[in-house]
Design a protein around this ligand. Structure first.
Ligand code: MV4
Length: 453
């Protein structure tokens, strides 16, 4: 096992990794930027190293400074958390060159799944269903028009280097396809330095189902069942849950098996997620791999009883998986609400500032993952999530009731939060019936209140 892990991240996930290291009885150090210098979780690590000014590009994204920090504190491994350098294969390569273990997938698998078009080819080799698509990159207008004629409009233009909804656009006729292609290429070139694009049939109001995976360095792969992450606004998830409601057992088994096959085919290890879209007839289609621990991982921890961060660290240290698939039995229902410092009444405008009152909920079935305390100042430099509120109860109905109870208990003053919209979501018929899709928030909820786009 490692002597000391360096946490190359901030906020709640930095605290989450510090806690996992403490639970494992191993040393832990953490990096921080000048904007985070007063963050209370820094005191929970053995050492904290300042790596630069507030902007992430000058601190949390600086490969050389993070490697130097690891060397200064004598860390033998780096946990990247999510975001920042977590899916950066060049960073993983650099760690390997410096003989520091990157707590994540192997660099080779990261490159394989990091490109969406290549990940799709991988899925095909693994016999995992994919959305009908252009079979490789689109290099001419003629190819694009031919594909659209074949599958019919609408079609979706996707950037191969994109992900999480970046660089996508819908085309509904030949004209918008040609102009869209040009724009998508330019945008992708500017954003990812890679202008390659491909086409897919555009699915109407799909659900977003993702399968949590754990794999060791010996080729053993297990799944920790699925999460339903359909409730998003502009690709920012607001509510996640597990198991996915109204998913027939046979479909669940097939999706989970497909995800395991894909990970095996990729030579993947560590924690990871396979994302799928699910259509109205419960057909599922692979879309992308998340080669990192995700924000919503605690939802899967709650239903399986497995500590995903601890297992990631064990796997990186070369341990074998400690459980087989049949030993993973999901129990009950878990829901997560991401509490963001945003004002839902003002188009989710970020609401940075000092938190003058922070009185979190508790009691049976409640878990709060947060780095915030009363008096904490939310820095303007980073994403606005201040807490993840989770519940775990025997049934979905009880989980919804406990989440509503916990959201009511939660008292936050000094900043605006997303709590009101989460209360609204959890009392809406479509959510209670487990019948929401990825377009629900913008199509129904925000359209109704007039606060949407
Ligand atoms: C799609 C789609 C419809 N058809 N692909 C958005 C994020 C990225 N991971 C893939 N995304 C989508 N791909 C086809 N062929 C609709 C989306 C999509 C979406 C997917 C998951 C969760 C939320 C979403 C919100 C809008 C669009």
């Amino acid at each position: 096992m490692f002597q000391r892990v360096l946490v190359a991240n901030r906020g709640e996930i930095a605290l989450r990794v510090i806690r996992a290291c403490r639970d494992l009885g191993i040393g832990v150090a953490v990096v921080y930027s000048e904007a985070d210098r007063d963050a209370p979780y820094l005191k929970l690590a053995d050492k904290a190293v300042c790596i630069g000014p507030g902007p992430a590009s000058e601190s949390y994204l600086k490969v050389q400074r993070i490697i130097a920090a690891a060397e200064i504190v004598n860390a033998d491994a780096i946990h990247p958390g999510y975001g920042f350098l977590s899916e950066n294969a060049d960073f993983a390569e650099k760690c390997r060159a410096c003989k520091i273990e990157f707590i994540g997938p192997p660099e080779e698998a990261m490159r394989e799944v990091g490109n969406k078009d290549r990940a799709k080819q991988l899925a095909k080799r693994a016999k995992v269903p994919t959305v009908p698509g252009s079979d490789g990159l689109i290099t001419s207008d003629e190819d694009a028009l031919r594909f659209a004629k074949e599958v019919g409009y609408p079609v979706l233009i996707k950037a191969a280097a994109g992900g999480g909804g970046r660089g996508m656009r819908v085309a509904r006729n030949d004209g918008s396809l040609i102009t869209g292609l040009g724009q998508a290429r330019q945008e992708a070139e500017a954003a990812f330095k890679d202008g390659s694009v491909y086409l897919e049939k555009y699915l109407d109001q799909p659900r977003h189902i993702e399968v949590q995976l754990l794999a060791d360095k010996f080729g053993n792969v297990v799944h920790l069942y699925e999460r339903d992450c359909s409730l998003q606004r502009r690709h920012q998830k607001l509510v996640e849950e597990a198991p996915a409601p109204n998913l027939p057992a046979k479909v669940r088994d097939r999706i989970c098996d497909a995800a395991v096959r894909l990970a095996k085919t990729a030579g993947y290890y560590s924690a990871g997620t396979c994302e799928f879209l699910l259509d109205k007839d419960n057909n599922f289609y692979f879309i992308e791999v998340n080669a990192r621990i995700q924000v919503e991982h605690p939802v899967s921890e709650l239903i399986t009883g497995i500590d995903l961060i601890q297992e990631q660290i064990r796997i990186a240290a070369g341990e074998k998986l400690r459980f087989s698939q049949k030993e993973i039995a999901p129990q009950g229902h878990a829901i997560e609400c991401r509490i963001n410092a945003e004002d839902p009444a003002r188009d989710f405008k970020p609401s940075a500032g000092t938190i003058t009152k922070w009185q979190p909920p508790g009691g049976p079935g409640v878990r709060l993952d947060s780095h915030v305390v009363t008096g904490y100042r939310v820095p303007p430099n980073y994403d606005s999530m201040v807490a993840k509120l989770l519940v775990h109860r025997p049934t979905r109905a009880e989980a919804i009731a406990t989440m509503l109870r916990a959201l009511r208990e939660f008292q936050v003053e000094g900043i605006r939060t997303t709590i009101p919209i989460q209360q609204e979501i959890l009392t809406t018929g479509a959510f209670v019936d487990g019948k929401v899709d990825t377009t629900y928030i913008e199509r129904v909820l925000l359209a109704k209140t007039g606060s949407g786009s």
